[in-house]
Write a protein that binds this ligand. Structure first.
Ligand code: ZN
Length: 147
């Protein structure tokens, strides 16, 4: 998933994908949110949207500096496969006493930005690019240190 665009909503900046940018703009022009937008200007690479509920949203291509600044820094997670039950996820180096248990238990480290990325890694055999990793949250035992 390539985060290539800046989305600034009332001063709060997030990185989004080209597809997310296009979806929001298309929807405002001719889709379901058209009626929610009272002013907009769109260009080839972005848009300024003013929603009737008071939100002002600017969408444009991000510069490499902005992408670096707003990307979630990679974190290290430790995933313990317990040999039964859900894989347990800790932040690597947390203060918990990590005990492996059960037959076939093992642990692995995942360098990732978010729990979504951990989900993708752990369930890579089941997830395709289009799947929403959050659907798999229930199959992970994410400890508070990793949230
Ligand atoms: Zn922990």
């Amino acid at each position: 998933m390539d985060l290539t665009h800046i989305r600034n909503e009332n001063g709060t900046t997030t990185l989004i994908t080209r597809q997310q940018a296009a979806d929001e703009i298309d929807s405002a022009i001719s889709g379901p949110t058209r009626k929610d937008v009272d002013q907009m200007s769109a260009s080839r690479t972005g848009a300024n949207l003013h929603y009737r509920d008071g939100r002002t949203v600017e969408i444009r291509q991000a510069t490499p500096d902005e992408i670096a600044e707003h990307s979630t820094p990679a974190l290290s997670y430790t995933v313990i496969y317990t040999g039964g039950g859900e894989p347990v996820v800790h932040r690597t180096g947390c203060s918990h006493n990590l005990r492996d248990s059960g037959r076939g238990a093992h642990r692995t480290q995942v360098i990732a930005g978010t729990i979504d990325d951990v989900c993708r890694e752990v369930f890579s055999d089941f997830l395709s690019e289009d799947d929403d990793p959050s659907d798999f949250y229930g199959d992970l035992n994410v400890k508070p240190c990793a949230r």
